[in-house]
Design a protein around this ligand. Structure first.
Ligand SMILES: [Zn+2]
Length: 600
């Protein structure tokens, strides 16, 4: 593993403001000295996730997660520590030392890097061929005819792969790039009879697919003119997982975060068409249906997600499934509906950009409104049987709505539409809802949720000595002087193991000569449980100094706790002796207890 000097790690940490870094994932609002937002690590409706710019730490009062800027990235991106450091170093232009040979270890990582370099190079080549050469002219004309502008072509780095079999092969070979990695990436293939490589993407308009950092990791290629297949996309590779990436996320993210709203399309062509129409918070799935991972990514960046899929049967089914996945991830979901059989690209070309923005995206339906239409598809509502089936399906959906007002609204709508008595509907709805509740209560996931929510609402009262330890530690985090005084006063240390461990880290930290700095201190603490406690204590609002009275009260509570335990133990033995009618023993123990009491 590479070794990065501590000073450098610290320099990188202090040049990346935690508020900026967290803001890329969580919408934060300033409240007093700290910032608050919805915790990205657990589902919640009201913000209990706080970030302190002074201390450069975060802490969630709901799930307890906490740490400094590195822990945040490690938790949210699944980075290793080194990855988190490199990521932030790159952001601020700080150079990390290159240690160890590239070929010694980390082969996997190096291969990924090289694959990315290959994609970047080819993307530049294809874009150049489209924009500046005779080869690209036909492709350019085609794009301009379809309403693409040069701006759009530049922004999406669209390119062109000529009909030749060796454009990419010879380009990469000339640059001594590892061609076998280009084959693994699905850019090249190998001829069976002589083992020579050839280009897989030929005579295609090339759409680079970027990861969240803006690095090209795959391509989508649309054939120019006739030819099969019409769309050829990169396969899954070490650097490209279709279900974990979203097309255009890297470019649309600032807009999405600002608006707290993302629009999801089914393919890059639609996302680009929508961008041309002025929808610049659009992303697209990459040839698979929306996955839970993608939903989580969207949730991190936006509260509301509008699904804008084709309005053919497959599209509607896919939108239905996507809406459920997104709701489960905690998003507010809306569904944009195109006239039957149209996709966004068709619609924009037929009706224009303005109508797309106002009549399609702007007029998106709620999920319930969409479901009402969805269940109606293919049913003849004149037929009593089908009508009853439809009403049943809708009532089932209504009973799952979280708000009573909403449930009432839709019940009334159904009652008036089908001329039914509202009372009868409510009765049926009540039954369905009870069933639904029952299912919910018995599902293990739900039980888990309840378990998690409870301590949040009602933190159990901590024993006095426990609370005293927390207060002392909170002051120790703030001041080296307090740490020293407490270390001297508490000869036996803290009673709770994790508090004692935290104190030991702190004493060592101050002994190294550091000033109080929780953000830096957390760097030393490796145990996640200790990190949580430290960030929680650091977030406590306490005065700069405590009175002597408070100080000694806390010290006494902590230091006398072992005595207190001993007394309890003796008290039990005394009772046992009495029960055995061993009065002499009972009396002796009673004296011992009195002696102990004097010490308290
Ligand atoms: Zn949380």
């Amino acid at each position: 593993m590479e070794r990065i000097p501590d000073e450098l790690i610290e320099q990188i940490r202090t040049t990346n403001d935690i508020v900026d870094v967290v803001s890329e994932y969580v919408a934060l609002k300033k409240q007093g000295r700290n910032y608050f937002g919805l915790c990205p690590f657990h589902g919640e409706k009201s913000p209990s996730f706080s970030v302190s710019p002074d201390k450069q730490i975060y802490h969630c009062f709901g799930c307890g997660s906490g740490g400094n800027v590195y822990s945040f990235l490690m938790n949210i991106e699944g980075y290793t520590f080194i990855e988190a450091v490199s990521q932030l170093a790159a952001k601020t232009g700080i150079e990390l030392p290159q240690t160890g040979s590239r070929f010694e270890n980390n082969t996997q990582k190096d291969e990924k890097k090289e694959m990315m370099v290959i994609h970047e190079l080819l993307s530049k080549l294809y874009h150049h061929l489209l924009m500046n050469t005779e080869h690209g002219k036909k492709a350019m004309d085609y794009l301009l005819n379809r309403g693409f502008t040069e701006d759009v072509i530049n922004r999406f780095q669209i390119g062109y792969a000529p009909p030749a079999w060796d454009t990419a092969v010879s380009f990469l070979t000339k640059r001594s790039m590892p061609v076998h990695l280009a084959e693994q990436s699905g850019l090249l293939a190998k001829r069976q009879f002589d083992g020579k490589y050839f280009d897989r993407f030929r005579n295609r308009i090339m759409f680079p697919i970027h990861d969240r950092n803006g690095t090209v990791i795959a391509f989508g290629g649309r054939v120019l003119g006739e030819g099969e297949p019409k769309y050829l996309n990169s396969p899954e590779t070490k650097i490209f997982q279709k279900g974990k990436n979203l097309y255009n996320l890297h470019a649309a993210r600032p807009e999405i975060r600002k608006a707290q709203h993302a629009v999801v399309f089914e393919g890059y062509v639609d996302a680009i068409a929508a961008f041309r129409a002025g929808v610049n918070n659009g992303v697209a799935t990459l040839g698979t249906s929306l996955t839970e991972e993608q939903a989580v990514i969207l949730k991190r960046n936006a509260q509301t997600v509008t699904i804008c899929y084709d309005s053919d049967r497959a599209g509607v089914e896919a939108a239905f499934r996507a809406s459920q996945i997104l709701q489960k991830a905690g998003c507010t979901v809306k569904i944009a509906q195109m006239p039957d059989g149209m996709d966004p690209d068709d619609y924009i070309r037929e009706y224009g950009s303005d109508k797309f923005v106002t009549d399609i995206i702007g007029a998106s339906m709620t999920v319930m409104g969409f479901k009402i239409r969805y269940y109606r598809r293919g049913k003849n509502l004149q037929d009593e049987g089908e009508r009853m089936l439809y009403i049943e399906e809708i009532i089932k959906e209504i009973s799952q709505l979280p708000k009573a007002v909403e449930r009432d609204h839709y019940l009334r709508q159904i009652a008036s539409e089908f001329n039914l008595s509202l009372d009868a509907l409510k009765q049926q709805h009540g039954q369905t809802q009870r069933q639904f509740q029952k299912q919910q209560d018995s599902s293990p996931k739900n039980r888990d949720n309840k378990f998690k929510v409870q301590p949040l609402l009602q933190k159990p009262l901590l024993p006095k000595y426990h609370n005293a330890e927390r207060m002392l530690l909170a002051y120790m985090l703030k001041s080296a002087d307090y740490a020293q005084r407490i270390q001297e006063e508490l000869e036996e240390g803290f009673n709770l193991e994790e508090h004692q461990a935290l104190a030991a880290y702190l004493y060592a930290f101050y002994e190294e000569g550091h000033p109080p700095d929780v953000g830096l201190f957390l760097q030393r603490v490796e145990d996640d449980r200790l990190k949580k406690i430290a960030t929680e204590l650091a977030m406590l609002t306490i005065s700069d100094e405590m009175s002597d009275q408070a100080f000694y009260d806390y010290i006494k509570r902590v230091s006398s706790y072992p005595l207190f335990l001993k007394m309890q133990e003796k008290e039990n033995t005394r009772k046992e002796a009495e029960r055995q009618q061993d009065w002499a023993l009972a009396a002796r123990i009673a004296v011992e207890i009195l002696e102990l009491k004097k010490l308290l």
